[in-house]
Design a binder for this molecule. Structure first.
Ligand code: UN1
Length: 513
């Protein structure tokens, strides 16, 4: 009764009918309520996970805290070797894991494979990084003194991830945290708990094969109450959380109240500016993939197109004709472009957005709607929609996690488009389509895009792991993945060493005894 080779995938990944949602590695336990995971693909129950009780959580934290004392002393390149082995296991299991991501979350199988590839890529990046966790040396103002800085492991890192990237976001955090000498406790979304179980099984096998202690990779499961156990726990110096702005504000306040660190990856309201010098063909491909890929459920999804009035009708027509060609259906069938939304609650939010944009004076040029009938029994399949709207509409200001694209018109100079692009509370991803160097450079300048990601002639989604990933303003300011994002997973220490027999004081202060 489990179609599309899912049964084989589940068995390759060690998923049982009922899984223990608390784990310290190979030790699995749990005494909380049952979470049932239903596939948005066909509405059927995939399997169940027992959630984490307070007592289970304590057991996890005890093991994690003990494991940290051992793991931090293993040289970083040796920790990198473990991450290399983990990356290789992901290579072996890319197809079953990609399939589970697609079946449990609903994104296309291609995107499921892409997500696992992102995990493999960050592992490779982390392995190289394990030989480079470098600080700086400085010149001391005092003779016979040496000054430098070094990075030490931080401790137990808490990871809270969202349903839309149910495996990759964990890997971005955990691969870096592990080479940095941290241990991780992960709470995946309660909408995709099986992806969490599968990843934990893969990691556990690697730690076990290397005779490493329980607790370097830990898993907990449940709703926000389980997340709160981590945000309120002063044994966790860093909480990395991906999700809504609403969730991020709660997490940030809880963590800040105990002066912990948080790394936040929250909502986006990403726009592509289309100038008179844009390549229309590239624009359409970039915009359509950005808006309908992952059924509009990426934090980097394209929500707004800001189009110059002189090419507005041309772009609009090209978009409508592209949308007419979209095939919506089972994401495991590679002929389809768009799969289901995560659940029927998301479908309601999608419907509300379409209703609201019309109420506010918008005009639906691709109507959208919920699909019914054969193949759509889960009730989660919707048609991507396009609305002509204004940036100041309340609904346009708001991130709806669904394939709804807003067309906004600008006139005059590119500065006007940049003002619209920046005129939202979110600041994750942005893009400009232009062959005009002046426009592109203005967009990238200090007076340009205010987002963490700003692209030229590329859409808003699909970032590579090598760059730091994250955004400004209400997106939360965190940076994950590449560049020097690793630094947040470590504590910095400044060291000054005196190799003379004198004790001169800094700033020339005299203090004689
Ligand atoms: C997310 O939606 O939370 O840039 C992450 C992208 C992907 C990651 C998105 N690499 O679209």
């Amino acid at each position: 009764e489990k179609p599309f080779g899912i049964k084989e995938a589940l068995s390759a990944l060690g998923i049982q009918d009922i899984n223990n949602g608390s784990s310290t590695g190979s030790e699995n336990f749990a005494s909380g309520d049952i979470i049932e995971s239903y596939s948005p693909v066909n509405g059927s129950l995939i399997s169940k996970v027992k959630s984490t009780s307070k007592a289970d959580y304590e057991k996890v934290m005890e093991k994690a805290t003990e494991a940290f004392k051992i793991w931090r002393k293993i040289p970083a390149p040796q920790r990198g070797e473990i991450v290399r082995q983990f990356g290789n296991k992901l290579r072996d299991l890319k197809e079953p894991l990609g399939k589970l991501v697609s079946y449990e979350m609903g994104k296309s199988y291609q995107e499921g494979l892409g997500e696992v590839q992102e995990m493999i890529d960050i592992c490779d990046f982390a392995v190289g990084l394990s030989r480079q966790l470098h600080g700086l040396t400085m010149h001391s103002e005092r003779p016979g003194h040496r000054m430098y800085e070094q990075y030490h492991s931080l401790g137990v890192v808490g990871i809270i991830s969202a349903f839309n990237f149910p495996v990759a976001v964990w890997a971005w955090n955990t691969a870096l945290a592990w080479v940095c000498g941290d241990v991780c406790v992960w709470k995946p979304s309660e909408k995709t708990p099986l992806c969490g179980i599968a990843c934990q099984n893969i990691a556990a096998a690697v730690f076990k094969e290397n005779d490493l202690p329980e607790g370097i990779s830990c898993l907990i499961n449940g709703d926000y109450k389980v997340g709160e156990m981590m945000t309120n726990d002063s044994r966790i110096p860093l909480v990395s959380a991906t999700g809504s702005i609403r969730m991020g504000k709660i997490v940030a306040q809880a963590v800040a109240s105990r002066l912990g660190k948080s790394l936040l990856e929250l909502g986006g309201n990403n726009a592509i500016i289309v100038t008179p010098d844009a390549d229309i063909k590239m624009t359409v491909i970039g915009a359509v993939f950005g808006a309908v890929g992952t059924a509009g459920q990426r934090c980097t999804s394209t929500r707004r197109l800001i189009i110059h009035e002189s090419i507005y009708d041309k772009v609009k027509e090209a978009l409508v004709s592209a949308y007419n060609q979209l095939r919506i259906g089972n994401p495991l069938d590679e002929k389809n472009h768009v799969g289901p939304l995560i659940d029927t609650e998301a479908v309601s939010l999608y419907k509300q957005a379409l209703q609201k944009v019309v109420e506010e004076g918008g005009n639906l040029i691709v109507e959208g709607g919920v699909l019914e009938g054969e193949g759509y029994e889960s009730g989660c399949y919707v048609k991507p929609a396009i609305a002509e709207a204004k940036n100041e509409f309340e609904i346009v200001q708001h991130e709806t996690f669904a394939p709804v694209l807003y067309l906004l018109k600008y006139s005059g100079d590119v500065e006007n488009a940049i003002e619209i692009q920046n005129g939202v509370v979110q600041g994750l991803s942005s893009a400009i389509m232009t062959n005009n160097l002046r426009e592109a450079e203005k967009f990238l300048s200090i007076a340009g895009s205010d987002c963490g990601i700003a692209n030229v002639n590329i859409g808003t989604s699909g970032a590579e792991i090598g760059g730091a990933f994250g955004g400004e303003k209400e997106t939360g300011g965190g940076r994950e993945s590449g560049s020097d994002a690793w630094k947040v997973y470590m504590r910095r220490q400044t060291n000054t060493i005196n190799y003379t027999t004198e004790l001169p004081l800094a700033q020339g202060i005299k203090f004689d005894l």
